[in-house]
Design a protein around this ligand. Sequence first.
Ligand SMILES: Cc1cc2nc3c(=O)[nH]c(=O)nc-3n(C[C@H](O)[C@H](O)[C@H](O)COP(=O)(O)OP(=O)(O)OC[C@H]3O[C@@H](n4cnc5c(N)ncnc54)[C@H](O)[C@@H]3O)c2cc1C
Ligand code: FES
Length: 279
Amino acid sequence: MPLSYEEIISHESQGNPAEGLRRLVLRGSVAATARPGQFLHVRVSDRLEPLLRRPLSIASIDRTRGEVTLLYRVRGRGTETLARKRSGERLDVLGPLGNGFSIPEKGELWLVAGGIGIFPLYALARAGLAAGLKVHLFWGGESRNFLQSAGLAEWQDLGIPLHLSTMDGSLGDKGTVMLPLGKAEDPRSAANRLSGQPLPALSVAVCGPRGMMQAVAELGSARGWRVEVSLEERMACGVGACLGCSVTVRDERGRLTNRKVCQDGPVFPGKEVVWNGAR
Ligand SMILES: Cc1cc2nc3c(=O)[nH]c(=O)nc-3n(C[C@H](O)[C@H](O)[C@H](O)COP(=O)(O)OP(=O)(O)OC[C@H]3O[C@@H](n4cnc5c(N)ncnc54)[C@H](O)[C@@H]3O)c2cc1C
Ligand code: FES
């Protein structure tokens, strides 16, 4: 079990404090092997309460410096406790855990995020660019304020096409991320129908609310895209022992079977997930 004590290099509020977002930079052994889409299971307290670790995605990886960055929203007791940790302290983490996203060999890589589902996608964007892929980001959030707080400037610095939406219309299309996704995908499909030429292979990585991931997975099935979704379930052990994070998937032969999000995921092929099935 990959247990380590990472040094907290910095730990601060990110963006507008009202959004409750925090950036945590850790230095230690995790960066050497971490891959985009994997997560750390973090012991938030040195006391017995809260007892259970909390899963947080690895948002970016800097192997040269031996650092990983976690971005998180303070939600309840666990993340509130974590938010009190200071630079210079050691953080007890299990990980990197989980399978992570695949990085296609060629073609286009579209990243689709809803809200704080953006966090695990930044490391993937950088890995995709390093592999020479054409990367696009589709990202929907509540407001301009949220997108800016959650790291929009860093995404702009990557120099990739950004297709944005906000629920209040303060930036990009007004509505969910399905709007800019539809706008980019319609002409792509239409051009393909007219020309009959095969389009560059499209891989799509999705993270966000369940309904949005389902919508992208279904669109992807209809269009023949290779879609991967990062599922979020409450976790206890984080290492496959308690079955607390089981989800139902359909295997290659169409049979329903259970998988553990912590160990078999959190990334699954979109076509395998049984969206309305028992969890
Ligand atoms: C693989 C994975 C990666 C994650 N990566 C990140 C990340 O990078 N950044 C981030 O901010 N969050 C991430 N999360 C979610 C994060 O783990 C939870 O927000 C956190 O555990 C909440 O703990 P808490 O004690 O603060 O809140 P709690 O007091 O435990 O819960 C507060 C509220 O959040 C809900 N909640 C808690 N955990 C989950 C969950 N896993 N799924 C759905 N609802 C939940 C509860 O039902 C409750 O309403 C990830 C979750 C998983 C499974
Ligand atoms: S959290 Fe225990 S099996 Fe996944």
